[in-house]
Every structure is written in structure tokens, then in C-alpha cells.
Write a protein that binds this ligand. Structure first.
Ligand code: FAD
Length: 471
């Protein structure tokens, strides 16, 4: 710089002057009446302003903290410079549906937790910028919908159309393999379609992405259950040269207390499946009912917020630890609280009380206190002598999952299971059947979107190596 010249202030020098941008949310009083998404996409000016808070660090921990290794810093820098389509291309390089990650990933525990600004104040709102970029891409021709030419006549069957299956199918399609996705359900999407509520992920967003996959040449065959309607062996006979299993595996954890089998005591997964907008009829009527949800993770928040939308007169969460220990993300807890859910901390159910018709009418709870921190760095709840009853017409158990073999394994005798009970795979993601690969929750147990996607992507690379060697 020549003597006397004024230093140029760049966006890198002013990050600390900028407040974190927050996405506009529909007011709780309005959104609680429908299943539409609650957050809106920010405009380009707000997205640039937020992206400009990124200080372009040399060792970006946001990338390290992302389960799929998104090049977060690179696209933030591009957005700050106004290069939105270039940013979208960088997003799309590591994800088959970045607009869905933007909505569902728990950024506060992943990329945003790695953001260096978090040590001094608020991290960059990465999910907000990711959502903007990818909506911009859809609106401005930045999503490729051209059919991908087939390069290899080696068809692949993908079983299960959840995030693991969709990712694997997309990655193989982009490499030039003919791909057919099979799913037992009537529509593709797995948990994204049938369990995750629309207020977190609008089903039209998912359908828009599946339409892109179809245009690029992926075939979808829904209503086909492997193990009942056909078998893996039959798929090979039909000409498929490799099979991917992304069948998920979710068995809810049980609560062994008296009254568990009273009418209107549900597990969270069937409860969510039957109450979402995607279900044609809400099979569980909740209007003017008192709903109690046991557990305090994000799935419990989904159940609380679903109940509020279906007109429950009161919606109460019971959790055995205190608020500092709840597994729910801050974002989902804040949303549930704003929409009217009540929380009883430090209490656990000891009995479900019923009426003469065998319907649940209340939850008897005991107060808990917490032990000192144990080996797993948590405080365990222990009983306290106080007890109380919460009135309930409907109880939902959202207390986690057990590991269980996916149903498809029951009909495939030679498919080896891990000691835990999930599908066993080798370092390449191949199962005990040659040419059959698996990933997602069928292999890892219940988890998060990012892990299922990473598994699907790695399996696609392994299938590509396997088929390349066969050629
Ligand atoms: C209510 C709920 C909320 C969630 N919210 C979040 C969130 O906010 N953020 C986040 O990161 N993660 C969230 N998750 C977790 C995330 O959805 C899962 O980690 C992810 O869906 C797992 O993907 P998958 O492809 O392994 O399985 P799944 O999504 O379960 O898909 C499996 C598919 O396989 C099909 N299938 C099974 N057996 C057969 C068969 N024999 N033949 C044919 N098809 C078969 C099923 O019909 C299904 O479509 C949530 C999960 C749930 C249930």
C-alpha cells in the first residue's frame, strides 16, 4: 500500500459490527393452525449480509463439524460476493438435496457449532444462507434437470427411498448408471415424507426434489415391499447388477409402566405417521384433548407441535431431567414453547391411569432429582418421594429407539447382522451378499439426516468401484 493511501475496508474487517440475521418466522398464533413451514427464506440482501459475517478462516471448523463435509466457508464467501449460482454449485457438490439439509439439520450442533464466531458471539447463521442459496438456485435455473446419459449398462436397484436411498440413487445416476428406487410406501421420501412434520419440511419441497431426480432419469417404483412382493435374489435375476439397502430401522423404545397398553397411549413414530398432513385422514383425533408427551428430544417437540396444530386443548411435555439436559435442540424447544407447549421438568411417569372403558385419563408421575455427574458425563434421574398426576386423554411416548434388525433382513437368510442387530457391512459398505450394499439407519441405528446421507454417498462410491471392477 502506498504511503498515505487509505486502507480499504472489506467485508472481512467488519464482521464483528454485524448482528446475526434471523429468518422471519410466521407468528406462533398463526402457524399453530396449519402444517406449513414456519420459517421464510431471506432475501438476497439479508443473505449477503449474513454470509459477509464469515471471516474466511484458514481452518474452517464449520466444514469439519458438518456430517457430510459441506464446503460451507466456500459458499459463504461466494454469497457475500453476490455469486449465488456459483455458491449453489458448491452446495450441490456435496449434497443431493441441500435445500432439505438447510431446513432439517441441527446447525447449532453441527456446522454452526464449529463456526469460530461462536466463541465471541453469535456464529454465522449457516442454515439460513444455505436455504437462500438453494431456493435461489431453484428459481434461477441453478438446478440441473436434464436427463443424465446412461454410460454403463449395469442397472442398480435401490431399496428404500429415505435420505440414504435417495442420495445413493442420485450419486449413481450422476455417474451414469441406470437406477430404479423401490419403496414399500405409496410415495418416496422415507421419514422425510411420512414422519417429519410439514412445519419443519414442507412436503412440496421434497416432491420438488424427487421430481428433479425423475427428470434426471431415476425411476421410482413405490408400493413394492422387498421380502413380500419380490426378493433380492429376484432382483439380480431381473438384471440388476448391484442392490442398495436403505430400508431404515426404527423401533421405538418401550416404557414398561402399568397402563402402557391403555387406549390412546401411542408411540411417537406411529403417532407422527398418522397425524401428519400427508396422511389423508388424521387417524388420531386430538381436538379438545389433553395431550401428554413423554421425553424431550426433537421427536418429542414434533409430537407436541403436531398436537397443538390438531387442536389439543393442552399439550404437556414430561421430562425426567432438567431443561439444561434436554436432548432437543434449542431451536425446536423454542418453537414448541412459543406455540404453547408446557414443560414439566424433573418428573417421570410411574403409571398411566385409565377409565372404565380402558382409555387413558392421566399420567401419574414421580418427581426426580439428579445424581452427581456419572461416567458418561450426565446426571442420572433418581426418584424423589413426591408424586402428582397430569390429566391426559392422549399420551405419546417419545423416549428414543432400540436397535433392531430392519424387517427386510427377516426374509433374506444370508444377510448377516451386526452384534447390535443392524445390517452388517464391510469397510466398503457391502453386506454378506456379494453385490448388495447397505447404509443409513439400517446400518447405523436411528440417527440424523446428515449421517444417512453420508452413508448413501459412500455406498454409491463403493457400488461404482464394484461395478467398475466387474466391467
Ligand atoms: C419424526 C422424525 C423427525 C426427524 N427429524 C429430524 C431432523 O429434524 N433433523 C435430522 O437431521 N434428522 C431428523 N430425523 C432423522 C432422519 O429423518 C433419519 O435419520 C433419516 O430419515 C434416515 O434415513 P434412512 O434413509 O436410513 O431411512 P428412512 O428415512 O427411514 O427410509 C427408509 C425407507 O425404506 C423403506 N423400506 C423399509 N423396508 C422396506 C422394504 N422391505 N421394501 C421396500 N421399502 C422398504 C421405507 O418405506 C422407507 O421409505 C427425524 C426422524 C424422525 C422419525
Amino acid at each position: 500500500m502506498s504511503k498515505g493511501a487509505k486502507p480499504t475496508t472489506t467485508w472481512k474487517d467488519i464482521w464483528w459490527q454485524q448482528d446475526r440475521v434471523t429468518a422471519p418466522q410466521r407468528p406462533a398464533s398463526e402457524r399453530v393452525h396449519d402444517f406449513r413451514e414456519i420459517e421464510q427464506t431471506v432475501d438476497d440482501e439479508a443473505a449477503r449480509r449474513e454470509a459477509a459475517r464469515c471471516i474466511d478462516c484458514a481452518d474452517p471448523q464449520c466444514v469439519e463439524a458438518c456430517p457430510i463435509g459441506n464446503h460451507v466457508k466456500d459458499w459463504l464467501v461466494l454469497v457475500a460476493e453476490g455469486k449465488f449460482l456459483e455458491a449453489a454449485a458448491v452446495c450441490q457438490a456435496t449434497s443431493s438435496f441441500p435445500e432439505i439439509h438447510a431446513r432439517l439439520c441441527a446447525q447449532e450442533r453441527q456446522c454452526e457449532r464449529g463456526c469460530v464466531l461462536g466463541a465471541h458471539g453469535e456464529p454465522v447463521a449457516i442454515g439460513l444462507v444455505e436455504r437462500f442459496i438453494n431456493e435461489y438456485a431453484f428459481d434461477h435455473g441453478g438446478v440441473d434437470v436434464q436427463p443424465v446419459p446412461v454410460r454403463f449398462n449395469q442397472p442398480v436397484a435401490v431399496i428404500g427411498s429415505g435420505p440414504a436411498g435417495l442420495t445413493c440413487a442420485d450419486q449413481l445416476n450422476q455417474r451414469g448408471y441406470p437406477v430404479t428406487v423401490f419403496d414399500a410406501a405409496a410415495q418416496p421420501g422415507g421419514s422425510l415424507m411420512f414422519r417429519i412434520p410439514g412445519f419443519k419440511l414442507d412436503k412440496d419441497i421434497l416432491k420438488r426434489r424427487i421430481a428433479v431426480f425423475e427428470k434426471r432419469g431415476i425411476l421410482f417404483r413405490c408400493g413394492v415391499q422387498i421380502g413380500k412382493d419380490t426378493t433380492i435374489a429376484q432382483m439380480f435375476q431381473e438384471g440388476f447388477q448391484a442392490v442398495f439397502l436403505g430400508t431404515g430401522s426404527q423401533k421405538p423404545r418401550e416404557l414398561d409402566v402399568e397402563g402402557r397398553h391403555l387406549e390412546n397411549v401411542f408411540q411417537a413414530l406411529p403417532f407422527l405417521a398418522e397425524t401428519q398432513a400427508v396422511a389423508e385422514v388424521h387417524a388420531i383425533p386430538l381436538r379438545d384433548r389433553k395431550v401428554v408427551v413423554v421425553g424431550c428430544g426433537d421427536m418429542a417437540m414434533d409430537c407436541l407441535r403436531t398436537s397443538l396444530r390438531l387442536g389439543a386443548s393442552s399439550v404437556t411435555c414430561i421430562y425426567r431431567r432438567d431443561s439444561s439436559a434436554m436432548p432437543a435442540t434449542k431451536r425446536e424447544f423454542a418453537n414448541a414453547q412459543a406455540e404453547g407447549a408446557r414443560f414439566f421438568w424433573m418428573a417421570r411417569p410411574t403409571r398411566f391411569l385409565g377409565d372404565e372403558q380402558g382409555r387413558v385419563r392421566g399420567v401419574e408421575c414421580e418427581r426426580t432429582r439428579l445424581t452427581d455427574i456419572n461416567e458418561s458425563k450426565r446426571r442420572d434421574p433418581t426418584p424423589n418421594s413426591l408424586s402428582f398426576v397430569v390429566e391426559a386423554d392422549v399420551v405419546v411416548l417419545a423416549i428414543g429407539f432400540e436397535v433392531t434388525p430392519p424387517p427386510v433382513t427377516a426374509t433374506e437368510a444370508s444377510l448377516r447382522l451386526s452384534e447390535e442387530g443392524t445390517i452388517a457391512v464391510d469397510q466398503d459398505g457391502m453386506t454378506s451378499i456379494a453385490g448388495v450394499f447397505a447404509a443409513g439407519e439400517a446400518v447405523t441405528r436411528a440417527g440424523i439426516l446428515g449421517n444417512a446421507v453420508r452413508g448413501g454417498r459412500e455406498a454409491a462410491a463403493a457400488i461404482d468401484r464394484y461395478l467398475t471392477a466387474k466391467r
